[in-house]
Design a protein around this ligand. Structure first.
Ligand SMILES: *[C@@H]1O[C@H](CO)[C@@H](O)[C@H](O)[C@H]1NC(C)=O
Ligand SMILES: *[C@@H]1O[C@H](CO)[C@@H](O)[C@H](O)[C@H]1NC(C)=O
Length: 137
């Protein structure tokens, strides 16, 4: 009896620490790659309700990556402005409802930004993408 009590006192906090560690490991990544033509730079500026990630300038085929833990209620949303010479466009680059944890690409949501809209890689073995339109302003 005493050993049972002792065990639950040790094991429950240990389980809790393990759970927290696992959850903080389970970060989702978003990686955005400049796939614009003509060697144009892409300026990416992403925000969520809590975070402003600042502006990042990407040369052709350069990437910018950020990571986060989607909140437990599944409402995590990051929106970005994407700008290149004489253009500014907007897109929700991450929505838990749409993207989950991007498990099909090892939990990295891989986006390639083209002038027509951002495309997400849906299959790492053949680089198949699904393309979206920019957000209506
Ligand atoms: C991903 O691409 C590979 C190679 O073309 C194909 O065999 C596989 O079925 C694809 N997976 C999905 C989930 O579409
Ligand atoms: C997919 O795209 C990446 C980045 O452009 C490239 O490095 C990789 O070789 C491509 N893989 C395939 C299977 O085409």
């Amino acid at each position: 009896m005493a050993s049972l009590v002792f065990r639950s006192f040790v094991f429950l906090p240990m389980m809790f620490v393990l759970m927290v560690l696992t959850m903080s490991e389970a970060k989702t990544h978003v990686r955005i790659t400049n796939d614009l033509p003509n060697n144009m730079d892409l300026t990416v500026h992403c925000k969520s309700r809590e975070d402003n990630l600042g502006a990042h300038v990407l040369s052709y085929l350069d990437s910018y990556e950020f990571r986060f833990n989607p909140n437990i209620v599944g409402s995590t949303l990051f929106y970005c402005s994407m700008a290149w010479p004489s253009h500014t466009r907007y897109f929700n680059i991450y929505s838990f409802r749409r993207d989950g944890s991007c498990e099909w690409s090892k939990h990295v949501c891989l986006w390639r930004v083209t002038p027509e809209g951002p495309c997400i890689v849906k299959n790492l073995s053949n680089n198949q993408t699904v393309c979206y339109n920019w957000k209506k302003e």
